[in-house]
Ligand binder design. Structure first.
Ligand SMILES: *[C@@H]1O[C@H](CO)[C@@H](O)[C@H](O)[C@H]1NC(C)=O
Ligand SMILES: *[C@@H]1O[C@H](CO)[C@@H](O)[C@H](O)[C@H]1NC(C)=O
Length: 272
């Protein structure tokens, strides 16, 4: 009794891969004049700017994005892009280069673009985040048995599951909250949280809700279930005893992730 345990089922395990990617790396682009010349920026090139657009973009996992790197340099000597993401096509014009990045799966990646003008190199950084808001958050009607309500919440088609927190609330109060940060899969996931709530007299008729929160480095994505009402309990001495002896919170997390599921999702996306 009183035990808290987790049941974990992983189907279609994804290939292990490093988490996150290059989220925190930052390169500074500074010119180094040849042979220790004066550091004072006296040339006109010192005033040129480099811009990357958009600077922040969230895409569905596996999606692609175009980044436009432009500058005020009349005659750029070169421009380059530093990224761990897969490159696609490149388009260019007089003072800009547009880069396509494909198959974005790292939840956060910094992309740096550099332009060299009159011997000086300057850069700009964009951040690309891959996430997928849950398609649905569904709380099943609570089932009452043996002095406990069983609460079961399904969060479907969510990414990245490692940044998901699932919370159950009774009225406005948090009953239970679980972070799934130990799961580093790079695939869409279905998550089922099962929680056993001991019956208390005051709970009858109270609304219960389930909330899924993706917390992506400043971008917070919230989804909630429709409220369910805790059913009325017929009190008998036996059930009362049961209710108060079993203060156990029984929790289970069932996680189903799939490459298949991901492919299906991408297929649907591409048909839109
Ligand atoms: C990139 O940005 C430049 C400067 O804003 C603009 O002139 C150009 O049309 C853009 N290119 C693409 C492909 O969007
Ligand atoms: C996830 O749940 C959705 C909706 O219930 C279902 O269609 C899909 O097959 C599930 N995916 C996996 C990998 O179980």
């Amino acid at each position: 009794m009183g035990s808290l345990f987790l049941l974990l089922v992983l189907l279609l395990l994804s290939p292990s891969s490093p988490r996150g990617g290059s989220a925190r790396r930052r390169r500074s682009a500074r010119s180094h004049g040849p042979g220790g010349s004066s550091p004072a920026p006296s040339e006109t090139s010192a005033l040129f700017w480099v811009l990357i657009s958009p600077e922040f973009k969230a895409v569905p996992p596996g999606g692609s994005v175009w980044l436009n790197c432009s500058s005020s340099c009349p005659q750029p000597e070169g421009s380059s892009l530093h990224t761990e993401l897969r490159r696609g096509e490149t388009l260019s014009g007089p003072r800009w280069v547009s880069y396509q990045l494909l198959d974005v799966r790292a939840w956060s990646s910094d992309v740096h673009c550099f332009v060299t003008c009159a011997g000086e190199t300057r850069g700009a950084t964009a951040r690309i985040t891959a996430y997928k808001q849950p398609r649905s958050v569904i709380l099943e009607p609570p089932v009452l048995a043996g002095g406990e309500y069983t609460l079961r919440c399904h969060v479907t088609h969510v990414f990245p599951v490692g940044f998901l927190v699932v919370t159950l609330r009774r009225g406005g109060q948090v009953i239970y909250s679980e972070s799934l940060k130990r799961f580093t899969s790079l695939h869409l996931a279905n998550v089922t949280l099962t929680y056993a709530l001991s019956v208390r007299p005051g709970d009858f008729g109270q609304p219960v809700t389930c909330h899924a929160r993706l917390n992506l480095d400043g971008l917070v994505v919230l989804s909630s279930s429709a409220p369910m009402t805790l059913p009325v309990f017929a009190w008998s001495p036996a059930s009362k005893a049961l209710a108060f002896t079993s203060i156990a919170a029984l929790v289970g997390i069932l996680l189903v992730m799939g490459i298949l599921c991901m492919h299906k999702y991408l297929l649907i996306q591409s048909q839109r």
